[in-house]
Design a binder for this molecule. Structure first.
Ligand code: BJW
Length: 264
């Protein structure tokens, strides 16, 4: 049953962090909202400018984020992803990213297990200093050859041609190394996630609408092993009533407070 006040909620999460032996955090696009990156769905924090419409409110995912879309119009799809790639490169980690990195390092120093599962493709967690990051939906910073699967990191400037030709095989293209709808998640990422979830005693879902599977189902793996379940999100999600504590607000604002309150 969620507790009543934000102060109580923050203390509750902080105290669980202090006593945890194994922590799993699942993040989504909301964590990067304060870095100026648009989320796919949902409400954005009141602190953000009104022109930050969600991506799927403006663009059709079926025409951009599926293998069929890429097959039908590779130039349009790669152009859109290159625009987003440049946006991610220009963005900076925000206090939420930094707090999660600080959380990881503080927990590790105490011998606590910590795994950060992210659905984000922007690499901002890594740039903030998080080291054990599992990219469930790949990375937009890295692109891969449609023939050989070889990956490369394009330079931080707009690509010259759309669709970009692959340097690895004649006639092949480069596509973003992300996971589109209908594609399976990287095997190693799933295996690492399930392994961490099966031994965690604290699970935190942060800045995700909790609707995209399989990540949306991870909470049930943590619940099955009796983990304490917490959520931090700008608005209610399908897991808000499932968790032990649901903190409503911006992760950039709340995470630093939780990390601060969890210091021994
Ligand atoms: C803040 C905030 C602030 C704002 N602070 N909070 C089972 C049931 C039903 C369907 C399926 C199922 N299993 C598989 C499916 C199909 C599909 C799926 O889940 N569809 C659902 C939409 C219904 N899943 C797949 O296809 C996956 N593949 C798969 O399962 O393979 C096996 C299989 C295939 C086919 C059939 C069955 C099985 C692949 C999913 C790939 C998702 N790809 C994308 C695009 C990546 C590339 C790109 O960047 O373009 O990944 S879609 C998009 O959604 C992106 C995200 O990672 C993902 C999740 O979004 P996220 O991170 O939760 O962000 P938002 O925007 O949704 O939410 C942000 C939240 O933050 C909101 O709540 C805000 O309020 C909040 N917020 N500001 C805190 N400051």
């Amino acid at each position: 049953m969620p507790s009543d006040t934000t102060d109580e909620q923050l203390s509750l999460v902080a105290s669980r962090l202090r006593s945890a032996a194994s922590v799993v955090v699942l993040t989504g696009a909301g964590v990067s909202a304060e870095s100026g990156l648009r989320t796919f769905r949902g409400a954005t924090s009141a602190d953000l400018p009104p022109d930050m419409r969600t991506l799927w409110a403006e663009f059709d995912p079926a025409k951009l984020a599926t293998p069929e879309a890429f097959q039908a119009d590779p130039a349009m799809v790669t152009k859109w992803y290159d625009w987003r790639r440049l946006g991610c490169l220009a963005a900076e980690p925000n206090p939420g990213h930094l707090a999660l990195a600080a959380m990881e390092h503080a927990l590790r120093r105490r011998g606590v297990d910590f795994t950060l599962l992210t659905q984000n493709v922007d690499r901002l967690h890594q740039r903030a200093g998080s080291s054990n990051v599992v990219e469930l939906h790949g990375s937009i910073i890295q692109w891969r050859c449609t023939e050989t699967g070889t990956t490369l990191t394009p330079p931080p400037e707009p690509m010259q041609r759309f669709p970009p030709p692959s340097p690895f095989a004649p006639g092949a293209l480069l596509r973003p190394d992300v996971v589109w709808f209908g594609e399976t998640l990287p095997e190693l990422a799933i295996a690492t996630a399930v392994d961490a979830l099966q031994r965690c005693d604290l699970f935190m879902s942060i800045g995700t609408s909790a609707v995209v599977h399989p990540a949306a189902g991870f909470i049930e793996i943590a619940a099955a092993v009796g983990a304490f379940l917490a959520e931090i999100n700008a608005e209610a999600t399908p897991v808000s009533r499932r968790v032990d504590v649901s903190v409503r607000g911006s992760s950039a604002n709340i995470l630093p407070k939780i990390v601060q309150a969890s210091q021994p």
